[in-house]
Design a protein around this ligand. Sequence first.
Ligand SMILES: Nc1ncnc2c1ncn2[C@@H]1O[C@H](COP(=O)(O)OP(=O)(O)OP(=O)(O)O)[C@@H](O)[C@H]1O
Ligand SMILES: [Mg+2]
Length: 222
Amino acid sequence: MAILSANEVHYSYKSKYQTVHAVRGVTYSFESGKFYAIVGKSGCGKTTFLSMLAGLDLPSDGTVEFGGKTTAELNRDKYRMDDVALICQSFNLFPLLTVLENVMYPMTLRGISAHKAKETAKEKLAAVGLDETYYKRLPDMLSGGEQQRVAIARALASDAKVLLADEPTGNLDTENGKNIIDILKTLAREQGYCVIVVTHDLGIAAEADEVLHLSDGMVKAE
Ligand SMILES: Nc1ncnc2c1ncn2[C@@H]1O[C@H](COP(=O)(O)OP(=O)(O)OP(=O)(O)O)[C@@H](O)[C@H]1O
Ligand SMILES: [Mg+2]
């Protein structure tokens, strides 16, 4: 059964000067326990679509449904805190928090004790290949790929059953990229997460259970 679905979703960016119709009627269902890849050319609407799945934006038309309710009906702050974890294209780390604090932060918000949050953060950082020498550094003391791995560790530390990632391996070398994809695949297939990854990497897409191909804001038939 679908945990998350998009139903005839449209999105337009409107400014004083022009309107960009970025997503044009996308319908798709996502199930728990599956690893999905969203692919398509730069500018085809992948990030825009993902931000609607994540509840950052509401569709201009159509609906996104989670657990039987639309994101327009849901408390979206709660949805974003408890139900979905998003790894952005620009990572969105907190610049004034250390690596360890960045991963702990969402757990602290959810009321998890500092001790438990710290243990979980260390475990998730280890899973993405970052040891204790990184804990006290600030994000701007890290390479792009290291920042990306911190963002992934932070998403893994959430309780959300839907993981959304925008180009999570874009800045990583082959080995680290493969490691991240293996982690995401295992979360889907062994722990029942619904994992949705935007990627330009056809090797990753080849490993997905389903590939959603977008073109000009629409689903392209394979
Ligand atoms: N804030 C914005 N205001 C106006 N237009 C925007 C805005 N953000 C994106 N767009 C436009 O919407 C379309 C889809 O953008 P989107 O970021 O979803 O593409 P994408 O598939 O994620 O591309 P990429 O692979 O380069 O990340 C593009 O034509 C883009 O120029
Ligand atoms: Mg994008």
